[in-house]
Write a protein that binds this ligand. Structure first.
Ligand SMILES: NC(=O)C[C@H](N)C(=O)O
Length: 512
């Protein structure tokens, strides 16, 4: 049971429920079965099997009575392990929170549950969402489902090592790509939803900052964090966005959503669209294949009558350094609450308060987190504050102004690569310095976070190793719906060969 392009999407599932071809319980069981068969991916930290089945049965009863709670009733979803889930372990993939059971649900999780969506579990990630590989968490690295396709094995050879998912929401991306869930929540501070979305061949949306509540999302960088949406196509992302968006009294940075329909226009006429190609995104390290793909898709837009223009965003060159200072400064302040007193890990070495604080933090955090705390505190020292933090804030403004200028000059969306290359082999990633590599990986995604703009990654082609390449569209603030409409057009134009369920494990008779 698949759509025209062989994809098993959330909408297909909803239709299947409606037509009685499958029930929420049957589907939930299938997803649980797939989770078992794809355990080698390490996509989940916690699988909520019992609860999932209970929720699916409740959903089934509602559907039988003809009173669904909402359009997502019965649809299986996964949640990154940095969103609080009531009485369900929420670890941020850290030893610090390994036994944390929050007493409440994050607003976005609650909204999905209120719709009747079925929670399958909590997904693996980089510790406290710091990283771009999903290889730096306390529960081990996440493996990219595309590593197990016949195509990759044939092209890369039998000795080829598995490839990373990207991150930090790698578990959520792997869950959607391997169809153990039909949608997943990620978080995006510097690219952590779009990056794994691109490397796992699925659609990944970072909405406008403030459009979705951050309440219950354990903060990394409050001024940039947004809940991200991972789905198998743009239409699904639009439906999920319509359910999740809106003001929340528990998040003072959230605001009411502008009206936008849940559905995207069936066929967008791109002749009215101006697509900007930022010349500064021809960055060092961009692979020739990704560059070629970027030009190919720009040509597709042009061929369909869109205006395609080269534009300049001159301050992009400073974005990695600027993000680095702002992120680490906010991390230093956000992580201060993990001191062994109120909740989280507490060291047994407590001969004095100082010793207890220090050993708790040493035992609880990995060295990526500790490194960011150290440099963040350095940037915030009284004598460094103006030089680093205030200067970075000013540069952040210049980066935002660049976007404002091109959008007010008539550009509707910017087209860029999402990542520099396709997914890297785990072995190669660990041989180099992970930290430097991770920082570079977010070069195309961080500017949208620093400016609060919506951006979406769409898979457009397979590389010569048979791995996905994703391109990013960045839109005007609050024009998320328009952005997704263009994303859908792109999706239709490129016809990306989505991964088949059969590829992620050996069983060959699974259908929906
Ligand atoms: N959650 C994120 O977007 C974090 C980003 N990848 C970083 O390492 O800072």
């Amino acid at each position: 049971m698949q759509d025209k392009r062989g994809k098993l999407t959330q909408r297909i599932v909803i239709l299947a429920f409606r037509e009685g071809r499958i029930s929420p319980t049957e589907l939930c069981r299938k997803c649980l079965n797939r989770i078992k068969k794809t355990q080698h991916l390490n996509a989940y930290i916690t699988v909520t099997e019992e609860l999932s089945l209970k929720q699916a049965q409740e959903s089934e009863r509602r559907l039988l009575r003809g009173v669904p709670k909402g359009p997502l009733d019965g649809v299986p979803f996964a949640v990154k392990d940095n969103f609080c889930t009531k009485n369900i372990r929420t670890t941020c993939a850290s030893r610090m929170l390994k036994d944390y059971f929050p007493p409440f649900n994050a607003t976005v999780v609650q909204k999905l549950l209120d719709q009747g969506a079925v929670l399958m579990g909590k997904t693996n990630m980089d510790e406290f969402a710091m990283g771009a590989g999903s290889i730096d968490g306390a529960f081990g690295p996440v493996k990219n489902p595309w590593s197990y396709t016949e195509l990759y094995r044939t092209l890369a050879g039998p000795e080829a090592n598995w490839v990373i998912t990207g991150g930090s929401s790698g578990g959520s991306a792997a869950a959607v790509a391997s169809l153990t869930s039909y949608l997943a929540l990620g978080s995006d501070t510097g690219g952590s939803t779009r990056n794994p979305g691109a490397l796992c061949g699925i659609v990944a949306l970072k909405p406008t900052y403030g459009l979705l509540s951050r309440h219950g999302l354990i903060p990394l960088v409050n001024s940039m964090d947004v809940p991200g949406i991972l789905t198998r196509n743009a239409g699904d992302a639009s439906l999920v966005l319509s359910v999740l968006q809106g003001h929340d009294v528990k998040d003072s940075t959230s605001f009411p959503a502008p009206y936008s329909p849940a559905d995207l226009p069936e066929k967008l006429d791109v002749r009215n669209i101006c697509v900007g190609i930022p010349k500064e995104y021809h960055a060092l390290g961009l692979s020739p294949e990704t560059l070629a793909e970027w030009s190919r898709v720009a040509d597709l837009f042009e061929g369909a009558g869109a205006r395609v223009e080269q534009v300049s965003l001159p301050h992009t060159q400073h974005s990695i350094v600027c993000y680095h200072v702002l992120c680490h400064a906010e991390v230093a302040s956000n992580m201060a609450c993990f001191d062994g007193v109120e909740y989280g890990h507490r060291s047994k070495m407590d001969s004095s308060t100082e010793v207890m604080y220090a050993t708790t933090r040493h035992e609880g955090f990995n060295d990526v987190v500790r490194g960011r705390i150290l440099s963040g505190n350095y940037f915030l020292l009284r004598q460094n504050y103006q030089h680093y933090f205030v200067k970075a804030q000013k540069i952040r403004r210049l980066i935002s102004d660049d976007f404002r200028r091109v959008f007010s000059a008539g550009v509707d969306v910017l087209l860029t690569p999402t990542t520099l290359t396709d997914a890297t082999c785990y072995r190669d990633f660990t041989q180099e310095d992970n930290r430097t590599r991770s920082a570079q990986e977010d070069v195309f995604t961080q500017p949208a976070n620093m400016s609060g703009l919506p951006a979406v990654s769409v898979p457009t082609a397979l590389s010569s190793r048979g791995l996905p390449i994703g391109l990013q569209l960045i839109g005007r603030a609050l024009e998320d719906h328009k952005l997704l409409s263009v994303a859908q057009w792109m999706e239709q134009a490129v016809a990306f060969p989505s991964i088949s369920v059969h590829d992620t494990f050996t069983e060959s008779s699974d259908t929906i």
